[in-house]
Design a binder for this molecule. Structure first.
Ligand SMILES: *Cc1c(COP(=O)(O)O)cnc(C)c1O
Length: 220
């Protein structure tokens, strides 16, 4: 199977409102070009330096999403070009993104990453931490970021009921914040959930952005 065939077969199953992020981490630029030539523009990476190197080599109308854990001291390397950061898990990190975005005269769109899985190792906020960030004066004063939604990863398990329960829980949290008034830096529209093995279940729970790697590019 080629990258083009894989992309086409995935896209044919996605509802029109669902954005496909092609997770290209670890794959060489030649493979990204193949996806680009098949019409894919949105790429997801989990390492900032790798993303910056690929950004330099890929056509200008490619879009770059950071989906992995972000260290504050590396935000500056992606601030000039990143189009969406999925993995904001603290006010401190958000403040650094705001600062670096300001230096670049930009507003950077961000998702808050929620912890919905049972595994301890997965990063993310719980609902109280989410609400505390959104209610804070520090967040309200940030002019160079915009919270455009939430991201989450389900437990790595073949138990469909458990995965669906976690995704549908995240959808319910999303619906609550989406009911809050919009502000200059708060406009929740995106619910990023679902990977190669579980995106169908995520979509059935209301995901509108899926992050798919191995089903497009192969096993890493
Ligand atoms: C790697 C990764 C994906 C894609 O995983 P696949 O199983 O290859 O589709 C999605 N989201 C995040 C956060 C990842 O790190």
């Amino acid at each position: 199977m080629s990258i083009q065939t894989n992309l086409e077969s995935i896209k044919s199953t996605l509802p029109a409102n669902v954005t496909l992020v092609a997770v290209s981490k670890t794959w060489p630029v030649e493979d990204l070009i193949e996806a680009y030539n098949a019409g894919q523009r949105v790429f997801g990476e989990n390492k900032i330096q790798e993303m910056a190197a690929k950004y330099e080599q890929m056509p200008n109308d490619s879009e770059w999403h950071m989906i992995g854990h972000v260290q504050t001291n590396k935000v500056k390397y992606m601030a000039p070009f990143v189009s969406l950061i999925h993995s904001i898990d603290s006010l401190k990190l958000l403040a650094e993104v705001n600062k670096q975005a300001q230096k670049n005269n930009r507003v950077i769109n961000c998702l808050l990453q929620m912890h919905i899985a049972q595994e301890e190792t997965k990063f993310g906020l719980d609902e109280d931490e989410l609400n505390a960030i959104l209610a804070s004066d520090e967040f309200k004063a940030m002019k160079n970021i915009k919270i455009t939604g939430l991201m989450g990863m389900a437990t790595f398990t073949s138990n469909k009921e458990q995965v669906k329960q976690e995704f549908c829980y995240l959808k319910s949290v999303f619906d609550k914040i989406a009911a809050q008034p919009e502000t200059l830096n708060f406009k929740p529209e995106i619910l990023s959930m679902g990977m190669s093995d579980d995106y169908r279940w995520a979509i059935s729970c209301g995901s509108n952005m899926v992050r798919i790697g191995s089903s497009i590019f192969g096993n890493r």
